[in-house]
Design a protein around this ligand. Structure first.
Ligand SMILES: [Zn+2]
Length: 152
């Protein structure tokens, strides 16, 4: 399943990427821009815009809440996603699937304390960010659990 989120749903888009979902998002994505992107790439539209219905969009999910936690819950339930199945496999910034990278390869690219304390690293080929499991990831897991999504 692939998504395109309207420009009001930035935080939701990032959280969907955290749980491994393919989501395009950007300031140009509203109204007909959103519809074009959805058609071109076969994506489900996520929108807060009730007037979109008049523009004859393909499949869309009208997001009810303006709170990202409720939004995430709605999408997970409506699309039967499994939040922990593919969590942390996608770049939150640019939506690219992350590649595992050997520890030695990142020695010069991460802070020394990170290098000595982490064993597993992954890399975004597109924006060249390096990811590693760390406290922020643990906090995200806790937030997901607080939403009632259950553990791995
Ligand atoms: Zn990236």
């Amino acid at each position: 399943m692939k998504f395109v989120a309207d420009r009001m749903l930035g935080k939701l888009a990032r959280w969907l990427r955290v749980i491994g979902q393919d989501v395009t998002y950007g300031p140009h994505l509203s109204g007909y821009g959103l519809i074009r992107e959805a058609r071109r790439e076969g994506r489900l539209i996520l929108t807060r815009d009730r007037s979109l219905a008049r523009k004859k969009p393909p499949d869309y999910l009208l997001i009810q809440s303006d709170q990202f936690r409720e939004q995430l819950k709605q999408v997970v339930q409506a699309c039967r996603l499994e939040p922990f199945k593919e969590a942390f496999t996608r770049c939150v910034e640019c939506n690219t699937v992350l590649q595992p990278v050997p520890k030695e390869a990142v020695r010069e690219r991460v802070p020394p304390y990170v290098f000595s304390n982490q064993e597993r690293f992954s890399f975004c080929l597109r924006c060249r960010r390096i990811y590693w499991p760390a406290t922020h990831q643990q906090k995200m897991v806790e937030q997901l659990k607080a939403l009632g999504f259950g553990g791995r």
